[in-house]
Write a protein that binds this ligand. Structure first.
Ligand SMILES: [Zn+2]
Length: 211
């Protein structure tokens, strides 16, 4: 964060809103409450999604601030937590490329940013791996969280396409999203990546929500 700006707007803990030091990403009281084990969800496509948090209480608030109220600073804490849980499960050396669930051009323009892309970029920075956009959202669909599980699964089919299959072929790919609920979106992304020749696909999110 810009030094002068941070004098007037000191960073706040994403989870409890307490003012924190500039070199911190969350307050020590919240950090100490982070779950010690990663959450793991098996997706409909049989792929695995790893996340540091369950989607509840303060974590939910921090994600909503990040997603809908432009509190992009929260990504610093989220990406570190995601990095630690992925590393605890896999060993990061397995991954060649980090990518993210894309938004349609129109939705991205409306929000001004893609929260999954920000997470992927931060993760790439922490792990020294490249962050590349490997998928495009080429078909408009209905908003996932307004649908039931069955409709969510149907709603994402054929919505994503590869940006460049050459970049995907034979690569081990980590794909990032903000929240994993039914896992339909990530499942479909995994399917498209695999169809384009990916060697291995793993998913990560900030939190896993009950479907
Ligand atoms: Zn806190």
């Amino acid at each position: 964060m810009n030094f002068f700006l941070s004098l007037f707007f000191p960073p706040k803990c994403p989870y409890c809103s307490k003012v924190i030091f500039r070199n911190e990403t969350e307050c020590p009281d919240c950090r100490i409450q982070f779950p010690s084990d990663a959450k793991i969800k098996k997706l409909p496509s049989e792929d695995i999604c790893i996340a540091p948090f369950a989607y509840d209480s303060q974590v939910r608030k921090a994600i909503l601030d990040f997603k809908y109220h432009s509190v992009v600073f929260n990504a610093e804490s989220f990406s570190k937590a995601i990095f630690n849980s992925v590393r605890s499960q896999t060993g990061e050396s397995d991954i060649d490329i980090i990518t993210y669930v894309p938004m349609s051009k129109r939705s991205r323009k409306k929000r001004g940013y893609n929260q999954a892309e920000i997470l992927a970029e931060k993760l790439a920075g922490i792990s020294s791996k490249p962050c590349l956009q490997l998928l495009d959202k080429t078909k408009k669909n209905r908003i996932q969280h307004e649908l039931n599980a069955e409709d969510r699964a149907k709603n994402v089919i054929g919505v994503y396409s590869p940006t460049d299959s050459e970049m995907i072929r034979d690569k081990s790919i980590l794909i990032v999203d903000d929240i994993c609920t039914t896992g339909s979106t990530l499942s479909e992304c995994c399917r498209v990546l695999r169809q384009s020749g990916a060697k291995k696909v793993l998913c990560a999110a900030i939190a896993i929500a009950d479907a």
